[in-house]
Design a protein around this ligand. Structure first.
Ligand code: ADP
Ligand code: MP5
Length: 268
């Protein structure tokens, strides 16, 4: 039977990041996509124009609507913007206890716009982070969480360990923002796993973090071990960047259904 994977995230009307990227990723992994919206964001491939947070009551009601009706096999959490949003999600997930929780601690969009208010950083750290089966910070997010600058692979290892010590069961420090290559490092609480990745010269990187965390959630729901779930997710995003269509005038989305399009003969 199809696994049911829930995204709790903000929107992107241009379809590249947030809830849209998450749902496309779940479908590409053969999962049934569910989604709870935390904020309506006006954005496109060129940047974020503004957003409005959904009230905590309406977020709680959306989560109840899903869990009272459907079994959820994994949850991915993205944009959470304010402390009230973080608290209500944490309370509801404690109540419903989904098997896996993957958290992408979204702070700033690729375009530089803040998607988490500075006052919410501490709440994210104290309330949400300890609920993560795996937390997936990019380099700037790992720097905010640890308060240390990260340059080398050794710094990434230290950051992953330090964030795990804050309560996350496992931490994947992503290297998409590195200059040298796009190597990601997973600390699973005991061991490090290295996902070496060539850096692709591409502007189609809008929503890579959203897609990676959603692919990890899908792979966990589908029964893969955490190291394998991360490895397959990294490959999925790499292929998605490599085969991206040029959509929009700025940083475009990745291709989610390359394999499917290829089979159907829809590729260029
Ligand atoms: N230019 C790129 N070439 C290859 N892989 C990339 C590139 N940019 C990002 N990635 C990969 O995409 C995933 C998301 O990484 P990152 O861009 O660091 O996250 P975020 O979108 O949260 O900023 C990681 O697995 C990273 O290694
Ligand atoms: C609703 C939402 N969530 C997350 C991101 C971050 O994605 P990226 O860092 O790839 O722009 C985004 N732009 N919008």
């Amino acid at each position: 039977m199809m696994k049911h994977v829930l995204s709790i995230a903000g929107t992107d009307p241009s379809g590249g990041a947030g809830a849209a990227a998450d749902c496309k990723t779940f479908c590409a992994h053969g999962c049934f996509a569910l989604n709870v919206i935390t904020a309506v964001v006006s954005q496109n491939t060129q940047g974020v124009r503004g957003y409005m947070d959904i009230t905590p009551d309406l977020i709680a009601s959306q989560i109840d609507a899903v869990f009272e009706d459907i079994d959820v096999d994994a949850v991915k959490i993205g944009m959470v913007s304010v402390p009230e949003t973080i608290r209500v999600i944490a309370d509801k997930l404690k109540q419903y206890q989904p098997p896996y929780i993957v958290i992408d601690p979204v702070m700033v969009a690729t375009s530089g716009h803040r998607l988490l208010v500075p006052e919410a950083e501490q709440t994210l750290k104290e309330v949400l982070l300890p609920m993560a089966d795996v937390l997936t910070p990019n380099l700037p997010e790992a720097e905010v969480l640890t308060g240390k600058s990260i340059e080398s692979l050794h710094d990434m290892e230290e950051a992953a360990k330090a964030i795990a010590a804050m309560g996350a069961k496992a931490v994947l420090v992503k290297g998409g923002h590195r200059i040298a290559d796009a190597t990601d490092i997973l600390f699973d609480g005991h061991d490090f796993h290295y996902y070496k990745g060539k850096r692709l010269e591409s502007t189609s990187t809008h929503g890579t973090g959203c897609s990676l965390s959603s692919a990890i959630a899908s792979n966990l729901a589908n029964g893969l071990s955490l190291p394998d779930a991360v490895g397959a997710a990294k490959e999925y995003v790499f292929e998605g960047i490599a085969h991206a269509e040029p959509i929009g005038k700025g940083h475009g989305p990745i291709h989610h259904f390359y394999e499917l399009y290829k089979k159907a003969g829809w590729t260029k």
